[in-house]
Design a protein around this ligand. Sequence first.
Ligand code: MN
Length: 289
Amino acid sequence: MKLALFDDYRLGVVSADGRQIADVTAALPELHDPEPLGAGWWLRLCRDFAALRPRLEQAARMVAARPLDAVQLRAPVLNPSKIVACASNYGAHVAEMRESAQANAWLLEFDVFLKAPSAISGPRDPVVLPSEPVAQGGEIHYECELALVIGPGGKDIAEADALAHVLGYLIGIDVTLRGQGDRSRRKSYDTFCPLGPWLTTADEITDPHALDIALKLNGTPRQQVNTRDLLVEVPGIIAYASRVMRLEPGDVILTGAPPGVGAIQAGDEMEAAISGLGQMTIPVVMNSL
Ligand code: MN
């Protein structure tokens, strides 16, 4: 099942071919709140999805679907309590960062860090480059990553149980200002976390460690990797993170940058795709302030 948020944060089910969307908002067990701050309905949907799924599937069959291009597609997450992102989770990316000589030794070890949820933007929204660090010569990079959304969640989740806590998978771009200083600040500018194009529920993904990730910049392939190359796989990431912090329903995890990262500039276009999860095309613009 492909879940999407669109227009006034309505809930949609996207057809298998990714071309149509059915509005299933009326099938929610509680009154829908179009205000993004009223995201409780979405977070409870993430927690209770297994129980709610049959009525959503039935609604998707009953209502007339619309062309996906006719709606405003939003990021398929709403007010997560946190974005947990992985650092140094592909060997070839660790090697390229080592060569760039920007990275201290501790930055080359697998770990998790936090990225501000306010950085999230939709699958058709531009990445807006902040003028101040760009004027100071700062390089801003794309990192196209397998992302996931937590369903039930919890604390101290065992690796053996971890995949049962994945509601679904999606594409994430962990946009990053390179350079010195705290990683969370450099990755938390507004629009630095495009997510989408929709949330593909975990049952549709037979093996999250056999997915092709591809990012093209202005039509040229820049990142091309398979998730089999992840150093710490999805269950290990969930177990590691949840030993530190409770993973709440609706939380987002970015699994780490594949090799091939590079700079983006105003006027660029990023085309990101992951097998089974769709694709999204993101323009890059400069903050005009
Ligand atoms: Mn990253």
